[in-house]
Design a binder for this molecule. Structure first.
Ligand SMILES: Nc1nc2c(ncn2[C@@H]2O[C@H](COP(=O)(O)OP(=O)(O)O)[C@@H](O)[C@H]2O)c(=O)[nH]1
Ligand SMILES: [Mg+2]
Length: 288
């Protein structure tokens, strides 16, 4: 059996989370047009009769400015250490030299497949130029062009990945699709709605903590706290007469119901914790 870790690296917004979802055929990682949405390393597991691939989505590679950022880059480093294959993803329209500089700085010890993404948004000429550029890099074993969003060329991944993976025993039971608890995915789906519905810097100042997750006979009861820095941010999330928190709750509940395939009762609270992004204990409590 072929088994191993296939870890996805790239700059913010290149499409790492979208690619992971496309490879899994299921929504596992939240996606947003805003940068730095992914804060954790998310492992997902694809098991078939003759292979088990453990994919990892990682936060985009950035210069850390807050302790939260440092934790995010630790997630990138841990993914560097156990990779058997690296998927280096680049937006076809982003600057090749800058992406290349980041890929070189990773100092990969494992073979890499360069994934040129968002080809639905580029001319044939532009795509060809990117392929030529990355093909000649010495970390690159193969180039795949893809649109992670529309699914173009997603089927071309399996064969080259399996060729690069070692033989071995599976790491996870065949039923597992992730190493993270359901609670984590629930808090991520709430966080995704915050990115979608609230503008400016609010999502970056927000954490979500699922406090209660109880499976009852007919539904799942979930209580979650939305953590922000300031009272003004709390007021914006609650909205006029509670309109924003209500909308957030309704839309997040629908996503969670689709994910759990069960009816959900969702209760949200907004709490102010000044400077939580700088506080080790709070970062730990919120799962970072
Ligand atoms: N047009 C287009 N957009 C994409 C593609 N892949 C991702 N995106 C969009 O790019 C943005 C960032 O994607 P995301 O997966 O969150 O990037 P990450 O920061 O690298 O994880 C989102 O708005 C995605 O919908 C693609 O193949 N084509
Ligand atoms: Mg992401």
């Amino acid at each position: 059996m072929k088994t191993g870790f296939v870890n996805i690296f790239g700059r913010p917004n290149a499409g790492k989370s979208t690619l992971l979802n496309a490879l899994m055929g299921e929504k596992m990682a939240i996606v947003s047009p805003k940068v730095q949405t992914t804060r954790h390393r998310i492992k997902t597991i694809l098991t078939e009769k003759d292979y088990q691939i453990v994919f990892s989505d990682t936060p985009g590679i950035i210069e850390p400015r807050y302790k939260l950022h440092e934790k995010m880059m630790d997630a990138v480093k841990s993914a560097l250490e156990d990779a058997d294959v690296a998927l280096l993803i680049v937006d076809v329209n982003e600057n090749h030299e800058e992406a290349n500089a980041i890929f070189e700085a990773l100092k990969l010890k494992v073979p890499a497949i360069v994934v040129i993404n968002k080809i639905d948004r580029a001319s044939q000429e532009k795509i060809k130029e990117a392929v030529t550029y990355f093909e000649s890099r010495n970390y690159c074993r193969k180039v795949i062009t893809v649109s992670a969003l529309s699914g173009i060329n997603i089927k071309k991944f399996l064969k080259p990945i399996l060729e690069l993976l070692p033989e071995g025993e599976p790491f996870y039971s065949g039923d597992d699709i992730s190493d993270l608890p359901t609670k984590f995915f629930v808090s991520e789906l709430i966080r995704e709605k915050i990115y979608e519905l609230l503008s400016d810097e609010i999502p970056y100042h927000t954490a979500v903590l699922v406090r209660e997750f109880k499976e009852k006979t007919t539904l799942v009861k979930i209580v979650a706290d939305i953590i922000v820095h300031r009272e003004t941010q709390k007021a914006i999330i609650i909205g006029e007469k509670g309109s924003m928190i209500k909308r957030l709750g309704t839309e997040a509940r629908k996503e969670i119901e689709a994910f759990l395939q069960q009816k959900v009762f969702l209760e949200l609270f907004v709490k102010v914790k000044p400077k939580w992004r700088e506080n080790d204990m709070q970062l730990k409590e919120y799962g970072y």
